[in-house]
Write a protein that binds this ligand. Structure first.
Ligand code: PMP
Length: 393
């Protein structure tokens, strides 16, 4: 969709740029035989017992609103999940709000904590919604670039340089979209120390927490002294393969949660009721499904990373999520040129790295949430594309 300016539209909305990911979907949509490594969602269908729980809720006539914060039973399950899985204690009564995906949790967090001119440090490359949600909430996004030479891990020293009197929060995402990079416990501790020293909040987008392949996952809220200054965002889209159900949650200390709930109750009222029943089932009985999916993603990650390195696209081993983020600088093309030409010549859709921030330039994001057959065909086509480029030079 083209963005056109209108006198009826606010300056903020007029100035908002459409997501750079969308453009490639639109280009690919009209083409045949395209292999898409572009979309950021699981290739699994939500497990049947989870779908059945939603169907059963409809059969029983549970079709009305839930409490604003979500069904108490679901919040209790989320509290159990956060305690058992991530070693973080939250009270279902006061700390947890069920949201419309992690997306609305991020928006809610920004709108709750920001006064005009307040700054949020955004670590890039990052998910495309962070900067716009800060700006729509009246804040100022201060972008800091995680670098390729550090495997896209942000260093506390880089963050420290951009902290000002106006800094309210640091936005962090681990495992990361688009780089797949996961921060270790000690790396999180380094950032936590900085937040404590400067009295900052951390908005921790932990939507990919289930999809970690090499190390045990540490939640930012589990780090000493961070529970009270973390707004933790998570949800069901990725780990539980439930993107279309639009269900996430946000956990924070009660004084922040109660303020978030005021905005949520006016903006959205509550999340979808049947989705909440499905999520209860996912948390109660979905562990074996998640474990199976993680096993499958790990296999595919290993395959794609090795393949990219073999065909000359240098690629670090991403610790989590389902994205590989290989460098394409050896081809001499920009990420936009690479993605566009690859799509036109070989019918493979990837996302150019620059849409995720300045330091994403020189890279492409490839989602490996596709079958091994599709991945293998995509690698074959990408190799052919690179070989032709080399012949032309
Ligand atoms: N955060 C990140 C890092 C994501 O990649 C995504 C989805 N691509 C979201 C949040 C939003 O997820 P949801 O479907 O739960 O709104």
């Amino acid at each position: 969709m083209e963005s056109t300016k209108s006198p009826y539209v606010s300056k903020l909305a007029n100035d908002l740029k459409p997501s750079g990911i969308r453009r490639f979907f639109d280009l690919a949509a009209g083409m045949e035989g395209v292999i898409s490594l572009g979309v950021g969602e699981p290739d699994f269908v939500t497990p049947w017992h989870v779908r059945e729980a939603a169907i059963s809720s409809l059969e029983q006539g549970y079709t009305s609103y839930t409490p604003n914060a979500g069904l108490l039973e679901l919040r209790e399950e989320i509290a159990n999940y956060m305690r058992d899985r991530f070693n973080v204690e939250y009270s279902p009564a006061t700390d947890i709000i069920v949201t419309v995906g992690a997306s609305s949790a991020i928006d809610l967090a920004m709108r709750t904590i920001l006064d005009p001119g307040d700054e949020v440090i955004i670590v890039e490359p990052c998910f495309v919604s962070y900067v716009p949600t800060v700006e729509l909430a009246g804040g100022v996004a201060i972008q800091v670039q995680a670098l390729k030479e550090n495997e896209f891990k942000i260093l506390p020293s880089q963050l420290e340089k951009v902290i000002t009197k106006k800094t309210k929060a640091i936005m962090l995402c681990s495992p990361n979209n688009p780089t797949g990079t996961m921060l270790s416990k000690s790396e999180l501790e380094g950032i936590a120390d900085l937040a404590k020293k400067n009295d900052l909040l951390i908005i921790a987008d932990e939507i990919y927490a289930e999809l970690s392949y090499d190390e045990e996952y540490t939640s930012m809220a589990a780090i000493e002294g961070m529970h009270e200054r973390t707004i933790l965002v998570n949800g069901f889209s990725k780990g539980f393969a439930m993107t279309g159900w639009r269900l996430g949650f946000v956990c924070a200390p009660p004084e922040i949660s109660s303020a978030m709930l005021k905005i949520h109750q006016y903006a959205l009222m509550c999340a979808s009721t049947m989705s909440q029943y499905a999520a209860i089932e996912a948390l109660k009985n979905g562990r074996p499904d998640v474990d199976e999916m993680v096993k499958s993603y790990r296999r595919r990650r290993n395959y794609i990373v090795q393949s990219f390195n073999e065909i000359g696209l240098e690629c670090h081993v991403p610790g989590g999520a389902f994205y590989a983020f290989p460098s394409i600088t050896s081809t001499g093309l920009t990420s936009q040129q690479f993605a566009e030409q690859l799509l036109m010549k070989e019918g493979v859709a990837v996302v150019p790295g620059d849409v995720f921030g300045e330091s994403g330039e020189g890279h492409i994001r490839c989602s490996y949430a596709s079958s091994l057959e599709q991945l293998s065909e995509a690698v074959k086509r990408i190799k052919r594309f690179i070989d032709h480029l080399n012949e032309e030079r």
